[in-house]
Write a protein that binds this ligand. Sequence first.
Ligand code: HEM
Ligand code: SF4
Length: 510
Amino acid sequence: MTSTITPPASLNKFEKFKAEKDGLAVKAELEHFARIGWEAMDQIDREHRLKWLGVFFRPVTPGKFMMRMRMPSGILTSPQMRVLADIMQRYGDEGSADITTRQNIQLRGIRIEDVPDILNRLQQVGMTSIQSGMDNVRNITGSPVAGIDASELIDTRELVQQVQDTLTNGGKGNPEFTNLPRKFNIAIAGCRDNSVHAEINDLAFIPAYKDNLLGFNVLVGGFFSAKRCDAAIPLNAWVPPQDVVDLSQALLEVYRDNGLRSNRLKARLMWLIDEWGMEKFRAEVEKQLGRPLQPAAEKDEIDWEKLDHIGVYPQKQPGLNYVGLHIPVGRLYAQDMFDIARLAEVYGSGEIRLTVEQNAIIPNVPDSRLEAFLVEPLLQHFSINPDSLARSLVSCTGAQFCNFALIETKNRALSLIEELDTEVSLSKPVRIHWTGCPNSCGQPQVADIGLMGTKARKNGKAVEGVDIYMGGKVGKDAHLGSCVQKGIPCEDLKPVLRDLLIKHFNATPR
Ligand code: HEM
Ligand code: SF4
């Protein structure tokens, strides 16, 4: 079935250019773009449509694009990691990549001339960057320890992969799902600790028993934006695992064909649910699915506090362990990526996993290899036992590469937290999230302390500052935090954070 979108009376700029030419159409023109170079390209192709291939024009570094991969459940193999490292080394002018809060990787400094080559190389190792930006379904998240977690309920790896394959036609691109009203996030949790932040996704599956069968309760409509933030709410539906793909597809079709398209600030799924009411939305999804949905199970199985997976943990497979490495603010350089690939091969099974806290896990390390692994020099830098504040630090890209940023984030976050870790001691980690602007990519609303970039004033001058969020709760009974203090100049932030840590998180001065 092809899309049945009725263009609204007044099309915004994005709807106009999507109606003129589907984003995916640029796939056929890539060789041409590579020949003519970024400056000669049509502006909409360069700055928008290329995102359908995962290629992002970055106004902060014109001519040096960012590439956003797809990494279902955040799982990759050492050959794949090595290809990404090699791409960074060979083609990436900045030489750095970032692990994102959707268990994904973004590569920096890519020239358009090299994109055809890069896409070929990715394809050779079974990777894709397709449909990873703009009005597409983003990287689909799943438990980072699926299949190895001793306490997991459902191994979600295959389901996540199947949903991605359906929505992207196995990575070749699927025009059925390339013109959504807005971006769309999907998460599938099979664990007890809500390791995917189900509540902040447009569509989330969380484990639940019904009549002694294990399946998923379904949550819908979670999203953040500068204008509005909402946690996902129950669809009042339970599905067995084998229905996850069909339901995802049907729900996306309803959203695609009915989502609000005239105002991009009101185009995310929750706005449609608001307009229709949940009953009608659910009925339309049932209609599209072609069969009735079962009501939700009374209770779900998310009953643990959220884990961060840093450290050494025994797997469900006897004699094997997974080792979670702390990657400070998710920043990786080509050599780090080669090293991680090597460690995964030498000590594990060659697999690597990424977490929504921007860290990496090496699974399948036998007991007999642990000792040697833990003295590898790379673990000095990517620790299994980082300081309390560094451990849970998350940051969006910020001013170094992002044109929306009002402040520099990653480097500032790292140096400030390093100082604070020497000044106070904490009995448990405090999750501090930085985000460079109100778009909230760094999710300050899920943090214990969230810091959102803003322009502040000091001595009559505009300076970089933050609004402070508090009260985000993750894991069981997750809920969003809210803004508690506005406009703190970054240069005055350290004592403010120190006081908050002492007052609210039992920090003791060292
Ligand atoms: C209009 C609103 C938004 C805009 C314009 C926006 C823009 C961007 C840009 C430009 C980047 C790439 C920056 C770079 O690394 O060079 C990015 C990355 C990202 N953003 Fe946003 N963003 C928006 C809202 C959000 C929200 C609400 C979330 C979720 C909380 C989010 C989550 C992410 C994530 C996870 C990434 C990393 C890439 C990925 O894994 O998908 N963004 N965003
Ligand atoms: S929050 Fe703002 S600064 Fe950070 S990546 Fe998103 S758009 Fe850029």
